[in-house]
Design a protein around this ligand. Structure first.
Ligand code: XMP
Length: 182
């Protein structure tokens, strides 16, 4: 798999030491609060597992299955909720965790529905990566692992057509392995 990579942006040790700091920050911020983490499938799986083991709080974890990319590296522009029910987070402080803040459409749609339909005490966003780009949507995350350029990345949960999620690092693919650039 490593031979498919063009470049490595973040090695595992760099990712994990950043997660140490994020875990401390979240532990401090949610002290004494009812925290429910809503992880967004499937991109945040590896990130959330490593991050939450660094958060020293009696939190709850639930998930939300959404689709915003349909194959390759092209966003379809709409966010599909693949499950009928939203998580029950009434009165809870909610931390939504996703792999990457790209156009922001996905997280804006999820946050909107949770705020409007679930009566949470508060909602914050946490992402491993945030792309540096001009967005149509006004959105930002409270907790950000790393800022990156506007390039398609894989690994550590992020996929290309379902592959590469299990790479322990984050990198870009060689052009012959990613047909369409974003
Ligand atoms: P938006 O554009 O709504 O995108 O912020 C959110 C979802 O799109 C996927 N995404 C990526 N996946 N490499 C990936 O493997 C990328 O560079 C990338 N950019 C966006 C991702 O699932 C994210 O939750």
């Amino acid at each position: 798999m490593h031979s498919h990579l063009d470049s490595v942006l973040f090695h595992e040790t760099t990712i994990l030491s950043r997660l140490d700091a994020m875990g401390r920050e979240i532990t401090r911020d949610y002290q004494g609060k009812n925290l429910t983490v809503v992880l967004i499938l499937h991109g945040s799986l590896f990130f959330v597992a490593d991050l939450l083991r660094r958060v020293n709080l009696p939190l709850r974890v639930t998930s939300l299955d959404v689709t915003s990319y349909h194959g390759g590296t092209q966003s379809c522009g709409t966010v599909t909720f693949n499950q009928l029910a939203l998580p029950n987070v009434q009165g809870q402080h909610v931390l939504i965790v996703d792999d990457i803040l790209d156009t922001g459409r996905t997280l804006a749609a999820i946050r909107g529905r949770i705020e409007n339909e679930c009566a949470p005490a508060s909602v914050r966003l946490c992402v491993l990566l945030k792309k540096r780009l001009a967005r149509d949507i006004a959105i930002d995350a409270h907790y950000i692992g790393f800022d990156i350029g506007d390039e398609f990345v894989v690994g550590y949960g992020l996929d290309y057509d379902g592959h590469y999620r299990n790479l322990p690092l984050i990198g870009t693919l060689k052009p012959e392995y990613s047909r369409h650039a974003l």
